[in-house]
Ligand binder design. Structure first.
Ligand code: HAM
Length: 432
């Protein structure tokens, strides 16, 4: 019978890869708790209107990429393409703004966009999202960028740069938009078909199109930073001053537009060398109008999302390995020893050690072979002799052949002895 395959653009994360994912997830939790953020978990499915209204009908995400279908009641539902709209919905639904003047939230999980799969781009991908509700102050913008930078530093990611721009507000952006439409209309022959089509609907996106002709055309385009109203300009200067204060280096990037409509003022991205065309590791910005647009009181907000698939890919390319405790492998030579091995393993795991055995319970030789393939550091061998004398035979699988390699040791206090042996060598990488 024909085998069923996974859906294009959606992949399995295999045991050989998940230790790095877990390391990234642990790091995210640890960094965010240091900044006082709490996790929120929202459903993967939301009413379609949430994204259509929140992200914007004219965006690529809403107009072309959403997984939208009718559920059995006929309601239109969508697999979340991002997390900000869901966070705002939950913030309003549970009146989180009433509990505290500031809400600091993070989330982590799969998002879904029907894009063309390529290196670093999937149809199911994973984001770490961070959102701060309740502050319009530039210090909040700086905190967001600092968290992103700190996360990347904590993972020891290399060759990254922060790009910064401002998209202005409802006062200064409309005139800029007009100026852009005017400029690109004169260059329409240079633009790719997509940009020629979206020129009037979404002219800002023409600026960050990757197609060569559009890039050339964009070079002489008017810049938002030159057209900011005095309030937006003062805000942007203050954000830059905060970043300088924090020692965070950034590049001004007038073509950084973002693909979602809800942004105002500060936008930023973290870009990586070596990822090819999909080089944005994270992106975000201020979205002061979104809470109101989704039915709440005016509430300033800012956030970002990091693409974990791309981060894990970068880490793997940079040779990172997730640290893991060394492995102890228990080998039993007969039925009685096998029973005793169960208790021994229970004790050792209770003492915090990582312990495995060969659950097929075959010959000693095949058990030792599996211990070796699993990359075990120590083998504990139990047989008739060991049971009689209350001992185990401890074999150091990493040591060269010598008198030290194998010794008979008492079962009493075994965990301390094992720890001592393990300390003699650093933790190894995991072999799933
Ligand atoms: P975004 O720029 O659409 O922003 O996505 C953020 C990050 O998710 C990207 O920089 C990229 O690393 C990753 N990403 C996006 N699409 C894909 C894909 N198809 N495959 C792999 N990775 C992908 C947002 O989603 C906003 N909600 C961010 C935000 C939060 N703004 C304010 N708060």
């Amino acid at each position: 019978m024909e085998r069923i395959q996974s859906i294009r653009g959606m992949r399995d994360l295999l045991p050989a890869e998940t230790p790095l994912w877990q390391m990234v997830e642990r790091t995210a939790q640890e960094v965010l708790s240091r900044f006082g953020y709490f996790e929120i978990r929202t459903p993967l499915l939301e009413p379609t209107a949430l994204f259509a209204r929140g992200i914007g009908e004219a965006t690529d995400i809403v107009s072309k990429e959403m997984y939208t279908f009718s559920d059995r009641d006929g309601a239109s539902v969508t697999l979340r393409p991002e997390g900000t709209a869901s966070a705002v919905r939950a913030f309003l639904e549970h009146n989180l703004g009433n509990e505290l003047p500031l809400s600091r939230l993070w989330y982590l999980g799969p998002m879904f966009r029907h894009e063309r799969p390529q290196k670093g781009r999937f149809r199911q991908f994973h984001q770490l999202g961070v959102e701060l509700f309740g502050s319009a102050h530039p210090a909040a913008d700086a905190e967001m960028i600092e968290i992103l930078w700190e996360f990347a530093q904590a993972l020891s990611l290399r060759n990254l740069s922060v790009h910064l721009n401002s998209l202005g507000c409802s006062v200064c952006r409309p005139a800029y938009r007009e100026a852009l439409v005017g400029y690109f209309t004169g260059q329409v022959g240079e633009l790719c078909p997509t940009c020629a089509e979206r020129l009037h609907k979404n002219p800002l996106r023409v600026l960050d199109c990757k197609v060569e002709g559009c890039r050339r055309a964009a070079e002489g385009a008017p810049r938002m930073l030159d057209k900011l109203c005095p309030e937006c300009a003062a805000h942007f200067d203050a954000v830059r001053a905060c970043l300088d204060q924090l020692g965070i280096v950034y590049a001004l990037d007038h073509r950084l537009m973002r693909g979602l409509d809800y942004y105002s003022r500060t936008t930023f991205e973290l870009l990586a060398e070596g990822l090819g065309a999909q080089n944005a590791v994270a992106g975000g910005g201020r979205y002061d109008g979104l809470v109101e647009m989704l039915g709440g009181r005016p509430t300033p907000a800012i956030g970002f999302a990091a693409g974990l698939d791309r981060i894990v890919m970068l880490l793997a390319e940079q040779g990172a390995r997730a640290p893991e405790a060394p492995l102890v492998f228990v080998v039993a030579l007969d039925g009685e020893s096998q029973k005793s091995a169960l208790s021994l393993m229970r004790e050792l795991r209770g003492a915090g050690l990582r312990v495995e055995f060969d659950a097929r319970c075959g010959s000693a030789k095949s058990q030792m072979k599996l211990a070796d393939r699993r990359g075990a550091r120590l083998a504990l061998i139990l047989g008739e002799e060991e049971l009689r004398s209350g001992t185990v035979t401890l074999k150091d699988l990493a040591a060269a052949e010598s008198a030290e390699k194998q010794s008979r040791v008492p079962r009493q206090g075994l965990d301390a002895l094992i720890r001592e042996k393990m300390r003699a060598r650093p933790a190894e990488e995991i072999r799933p």
